[in-house]
Write a protein that binds this ligand. Structure first.
Ligand SMILES: [Zn+2]
Length: 249
C-alpha cells in the first residue's frame, strides 16, 4: 500500500538503477503522474510509458505490452495521485488497542485502524470502512495463523463492539468503530508495509528500521542494521567488490 503516490513516482524516476518491484503498479502510477503533474494527453502518455519500459524493463517487448500500456494511458485521468504523508493515531485509539491484552489481536486492530484512517483520508465519506483482501490485511499485520483462527480474531473484535462487517466471498468489508479523532494525536505512521511491526515497535519491542529501505525488521542479534533482503544485497555487493580487487591485483 503506497501512501504517497507522488513521492513513489518521483523516487522511481530518480533512482534509475533500482529494480522495479511491481511493474503494473509502476505503470499505473506513472501514467497518472504524467496526466496530473505534467498535463500530458493520452497519446503523449502512451509514448512516455513506452520509453519508460524501454529504459527500465529488461524483458520489454512492445508488441506484448502495447494494449496494456494504452489501457494505463487511457485510465490515467481517473484519480489524482494520493499524497498522504502518514496517518496519526490518537491517545484514545492506542488505549483501546492496548486494552485488548492480546498481542495478535492488538496487531490486527492496529492494522485495521491504520487502513481505515487511510481510507478516510482518501475519501472523507468513507466513515471507517476498510476494503482490503483478508490475506493482505494479515500480511500487513504480520500475523501467521490458520484461516479459522483468523476468522475468530474478527469475531472477537466484533463481539467487543470494535468492528462491524459485511462479509463477501474473499473480501472483508470491515468498519472500524474505534476511531477517535477528538483525542490528542500520539503516533504518526508513515509506512504501511509492516503495520504489525509498527505496533510492536511502539510497544517497545526490539525492532530497527533498515538503514537501506527503512522497513522495520526484528533486531535479532541486537546489532542488525539491515532487513534480510538488504543485508543479502549488501553481502553480494561486498563479494563483487572483493572479486574486483582480487582481479585487479
Ligand atoms: Zn531493507
Amino acid at each position: 500500500m503506497i501512501l504517497n503516490e507522488k513521492k513513489f513516482v518521483t523516487d522511481m524516476l530518480q533512482n534509475t538503477t533500482t529494480e522495479l518491484s511491481n511493474i503494473h503498479t509502476c505503470l499505473g502510477l506513472y501514467a497518472r503522474y504524467l496526466y496530473y503533474e505534467e498535463g500530458l494527453n493520452t497519446e503523449a502518455i502512451t509514448k512516455k510509458l513506452d520509453e519508460f519500459m524501454r529504459d527500465r524493463y529488461p524483458m520489454y517487448n512492445p508488441v506484448d505490452w502495447s494494449s496494456r500500456i494504452e489501457k494505463y494511458a487511457a485510465g490515467a485521468e481517473k484519480y489524482p495521485l494520493c499524497q498522504c504523508t502518514g496517518v496519526w493515531i490518537t491517545q484514545k485509539e492506542l488505549k483501546t488497542i492496548e486494552n485488548l491484552q492480546d498481542k495478535v489481536l492488538e496487531r490486527l486492530a492496529f492494522t485495521l485502524l491504520c487502513l481505515a484512517k487511510f481510507s478516510n483520508f482518501r475519501n472523507p465519506d468513507n466513515h471507517g470502512w476498510v476494503n482490503c483482501k483478508n490475506g493482505e490485511i494479515y500480511r500487513m499485520a504480520c500475523i501467521n495463523a490458520p484461516a479459522f483462527e483468523k476468522d475468530m480474531k474478527y469475531y472477537r473484535l466484533r463481539e467487543l463492539g470494535l468492528i462491524e462487517y459485511a462479509k463477501k466471498v474473499d473480501n472483508l468489508n470491515v468498519r472500524v468503530l474505534y476511531i477517535d479523532e477528538e483525542s490528542p494525536r500520539k503516533l504518526l505512521i508513515t509506512d504501511f508495509r509492516r503495520l504489525g511491526y509498527e505496533w510492536r515497535f511502539y510497544k517497545g519491542e526490539n525492532y530497527i528500521r533498515c538503514a537501506c529501505c527503512q522497513e522495520l525488521t526484528k533486531n535479532t542479534n541486537g546489532r542488525r542494521k539491515y532487513c534480510a533482503v538488504c543485508a543479502g544485497e549488501q553481502n553480494r555487493a561486498k563479494t563483487r567488490f572483493r572479486m574486483k580487487i582480487k582481479r585487479s591485483a
